[in-house]
Design a binder for this molecule. Structure first.
Ligand SMILES: NC(=O)c1ccc[n+]([C@@H]2O[C@H](COP(=O)([O-])OP(=O)(O)OC[C@H]3O[C@@H](n4cnc5c(N)ncnc54)[C@H](O)[C@@H]3O)[C@@H](O)[C@H]2O)c1
Length: 241
């Protein structure tokens, strides 16, 4: 119950499946979750569009005034888009890169002054699509692959700080929830798409946001104090073959 006792954790995309589950898990483990998402989304403390540097500066300043430091950051805001390199239009490419990669960069950059007050841990939501390619995932693959390597650079920088800041990436496969519902809706045969995805996952089912949240708790907690720059597939074995 106390694995994150008194740890202050800023979470983006906190109205979404993983962000909400992670906020709940942080609180359940005795931490303080600062929940952020786009303005108007339910259950959040701060409006934060991760693509807006001004928003980051405002929210980090508010958190600094309220707490003086933070112990953790979960970059969970993200969007998905289906499309091959040929049929992805440039506006979609730019938007996916802006939210998934620029947003994660801005978070790591602007939360760092608060994280390095006492040392801390960053968890970046990448995807299995950040580890392996898909023919119709051009923009999403590129953005999530970027998050994977950005996380390693941040980890190496954070290791040189005193106190140190750790950073790891998390790579879920398909989870039950709105993001996958939206992806399968974009295919011509959603039921067949769901069945095929399930067949492709060795453990034979979609994952859940709560399972990803449990991994986030581990990475935010002191149990993972020797873990940084690492990538964690949570994918039912999808990328094992
Ligand atoms: N759901 C999955 O199957 C899955 C699998 C692998 C990786 N992921 C990644 O995990 C993260 C969370 O996914 P999820 O399942 O919770 O998705 P979700 O769609 O349920 O939630 C995403 C949240 O991000 C928010 N968001 C979108 N654009 C934003 C912006 N510009 N600024 C701030 N917030 C913004 C949305 O409002 C939403 O609340 C994403 O980065 C996603 O790519 C999800």
């Amino acid at each position: 119950m106390d694995r994150l006792k008194d740890k202050i954790v800023l979470i983006t995309g906190a109205a979404g499946a993983i962000g909400r589950a992670a906020s709940d898990a942080v609180r359940a483990q005795g931490g303080i979750a600062i929940a952020t998402d786009l303005a108007g989304q339910p259950g959040i403390a701060h409006a934060l569009d991760v693509t807006s540097e001004d928003d980051w500066l405002r929210v980090v300043a508010d958190a600094g005034r309220a707490h003086g430091h933070i112990d953790g950051l979960i970059n969970a805001a993200g969007i998905a888009a289906l499309g091959t390199v040929e049929d992805t239009d440039y506006a979609t490419w730019r938007r996916v890169m802006a939210v998934n990669l620029d947003g994660t960069f801005l978070g790591c950059k602007h939360a760092m002054p608060l994280l390095k007050q006492r040392g801390g841990s960053i968890v970046n939501l990448s995807s299995v699509a950040g580890l392996v390619g898909g023919h119709n995932f051009a923009a999403y693959n590129a953005s999530k692959g970027g998050v994977r390597l950005l996380s390693k650079s941040v980890a190496l920088h954070g290791a040189r700080l005193d106190p140190q800041v750790r950073c790891n990436s998390v790579h879920p496969a398909f989870l039950e929830g709105p993001m996958v519902d939206e992806i399968v809706k974009q295919t011509n045969f959603p039921d067949a798409a769901r069945a095929r995805i399930t067949r492709d996952i060795p453990l034979g089912r979609f994952g859940t946001a709560e399972e990803v949240a449990e991994l986030c708790v581990y990475l935010l907690s002191d149990e993972s104090r020797f873990v940084t720059g690492a990538e964690f597939a949570i994918d039912g074995g999808l990328t094992a073959r």
